[in-house]
Design a protein around this ligand. Sequence first.
Ligand SMILES: Nc1nc2c(ncn2[C@@H]2O[C@H](COP(=O)(O)OP(=O)(O)OP(=O)(O)O)[C@@H](O)[C@H]2O)c(=O)[nH]1
Ligand SMILES: [Mg+2]
Length: 704
Amino acid sequence: MPLTRSSETNEWDLAESSPEQLRNVVLVGPTGSGKTTLLRHILAYASSASTADAAFAELANKTIEPTTRLAVHTVINASTRINFIDTPGAADFAGEPRAALRAADAALFVFSAVDGIDAAAAFLWDECAGAEIPRAVVVTHLDLEAADFDAIVAICQRLFGDEVVPLHLPMHADDGSAAGLIDLLRQQVADYSTGARLDRAPDPEHGSLVEDARMALIEAILADSDEEDLLDTYVDDEDPDIDLLTASLRTSVARGAITPILATAATPMGFGISEILALITTSFPAPGNYRLPYVTDSSGEPIEPLAGDSGGDLCAQIIQTRLGVDGQQSSIARIFSGTLVSGTDIALSGVRGANAITAATTDFDTTAHVGSITGEHVVADATAGDIVSITGLDTARPGDTISSLEVPMRVEPWLLPEPTLPVTLVFATAVDSSLSALVASLASSDLTIRHDFALETNDHIIWTLTDSHLQAFLADLTDLVGSKVDALPLRLSLRETLSSLGRGTAYRTADAPDSGVMCVIEAAPLPAGSGLDFVDARPISAADDDTAADLEIGIRRQLALGLAAGYPVVDLRVTLIESRSTSDSGAAGDWVRAGADAIRSAAAATTVTLLEPVDLVTVVVADEYVAAVVADLTRRRGLVTANDSLGTGRSSVTAEVPQLHLGKYSVDLRSVAYGTESFTRVYLRHQPMPAQLAAQVQAESRAR
Ligand SMILES: Nc1nc2c(ncn2[C@@H]2O[C@H](COP(=O)(O)OP(=O)(O)OP(=O)(O)O)[C@@H](O)[C@H]2O)c(=O)[nH]1
Ligand SMILES: [Mg+2]
């Protein structure tokens, strides 16, 4: 059924469209490669002929800001509706392309012919290849003098393999600038040098160049083809049939076996846009014909694979949530199966809150496709395969699953980059519960932010991906809170323990004259992780439970306050040796104070060791930077425990590193590994701090 446009509103009638006529395509690539620009040109191109010129004219006057959050735009081309998801290329927002990939069925990798490919794009490519997501490469900036199409092709093939092949070559005008395309299969030129498109035969002098590139393309198609007819022509040395070749190429692209490279210049008189749309329409898969995510029931047991049709059980996943100026939250969701009907009861299950499934019986609206130049369509039903905007689901968070109450389910979260830069938030106002709720709510709208609340210190600790990611979060939070929010490096959670056994004695004179209490204790260090242990070793005759309990209270209080530098004491056995009082029992308060005195006196008899937190850091990095990463870790007092090659040009380095030296590690690592890195850090244990550093910390604590 062809899609039709209303003659009155110029809007497309979506009610009639089938999933076969739908494509969900994500744009990924380095920042500045031209993703947003390309999408703007595609939108201008696809607007009806009468408005296209105006749309292009408007583009010329617009500057494009770097993207920070994923955004969906819809284009209708030749009866196919394409949901494009634009993503940021900057490392600060590395969670966004991953969320967008979950919603998409195919990916366009956008690379600039001037700047090339970055490590983050190569990582994303590997993820797509692993999941067999169909891909195409779009090379932009070809209008610029410094553009080098052949160089990008060579880099793609070196990094990603020979099945990445150009479908076109850029055509250069007499002045050397790119002014059109040569279609390699059809051997046709789309020439824009006169200011309008002219289709013609290639110039004779391009003959050998075109022939070589064409042979490479045909060989790639034949290598992946199982069409007998096509293979026969190759054996017979005939020129293969173009239609058969084209059909075979489309199948290979849809399977992710061949990745075509397309060429474009996103300038008002650019080229290559119609070719990109044609490729998406003919070769990228429709939703549902394609992989569906791994789904479990509420207890975590896998559910039979989804059917992916509109009649099946409802299954959708929230890809993004956004807080509007009116305080209303809107969400973007991808429907994997079934039909989401506005205003019905649904189950919403969280990524963060274990397996809990909560019923949401809200009045919500679904909007078929979001932010499109064809306008937003409020629809009652959003069906399998589509990407929709939902309002009224105020508790939804990215990664959450929407399902029916009868068959509740959970979609696995997508692969998330780890936030590795921790800071403590500093507020201009007192931290109360409403402020804490704002922090928690903003942090939970970005899955790549981790939020911890440190009970000991009442600190809000925020973990982000990079410094600019943190700055963006602080700016948003400042807006929400209404006063400035800053960040300080994370306060280290140091601990104290004793280096050896110490004996302590305390005398306390009670309020009444001629009365008082005394006690003797011994404190000895225990192995790491043992905690505190209390032993009553007084002669039976002296044993009095109340006395021991009061002494223990006093000792515990002092241990929480620290014995040398103000940090909690751990891993200690305290043995009560003797207790005496002049009166029958002694006052409770006297025993508590005596306990505190005794443990301080025991500490004075030996030395206090400071324990510092150590993290297990795992860095994955390109082989050529392994030596630099190891040297840098060693400088941070890191103990490298493993260093393994992962193949594919990458290695994994594991080290135990004191947290003291990991403050801005993600920022520093980038300059050592040139963006080829990823790393994780998890708390491992506390271990003794070197004496010199410990002395410094103790001196600082005395100065406070
Ligand atoms: N000459 C030329 N300039 C281009 C082309 N494509 C993009 N640009 C320019 O390159 C700059 C960056 O383009 P964007 O579209 O913002 O890049 P992006 O990939 O969306 O970047 P992020 O959103 O940061 O990931 C803009 O100034 C564009 O005008 C092109 O084909 N030719
Ligand atoms: Mg952009």
